[in-house]
Design a protein around this ligand. Sequence first.
Ligand code: IMP
Ligand code: MG
Length: 180
Amino acid sequence: MMKRLSNTPLFTEDEIQARVRELAREISRDYAGQRLVFVSVLKGATVFASDLLRALTIPAELEFLRAKSYAETHSTGDVVIHHHPGDVLEGKHVLLIEDILDTGQTIAAVLRTLEAHRPASLEVCVLLDKPHRRKVEIVPRYVAFRLDPAVEAGKLFVVGYGLDYNENHRGLRAIHTLVE
Ligand code: IMP
Ligand code: MG
């Protein structure tokens, strides 16, 4: 069965942009006067991170890392991390920007890697949280949207605004669900 985009977006461009501005206000207030670094996870979080960065009213640096999850083939959910920013994080306030917090295994592995580089603080900001799917406890400081488990009861898969399905749909301005 072919998957296609939902006719109505789950979150419209306006809803996303309004929420990004709200989060940017909070982050600007919380990190005022501190050396803030966004660490964005490639590729899904890049659209969110760049909108958020431009909506800040305080300066922030921008770094990237790539995390590949092998949760499908290994029951342990092994995650391999590439191109991590490393030494430039020492003593700075790091905010990890990720697209989706699902089982939590990806973020848990990324946080372990980042912690080793001794940031002054380390917090998590996600575009979408699927709280009922969690296997590893992660408490994000900022969440743009939380997916309601009732709505999510089936296997809701979302695309757009950076999120992909087999590398498609990242350029959509709204967030859609995939339907059969
Ligand atoms: P986890 O938290 O380690 O299970 O994995 C989260 C990662 O799975 C995210 O970074 C996404 O790349 C991917 N992911 C999970 N759910 C979705 C979805 O609905 N759409 C697109 N990617 C997803
Ligand atoms: Mg990802």
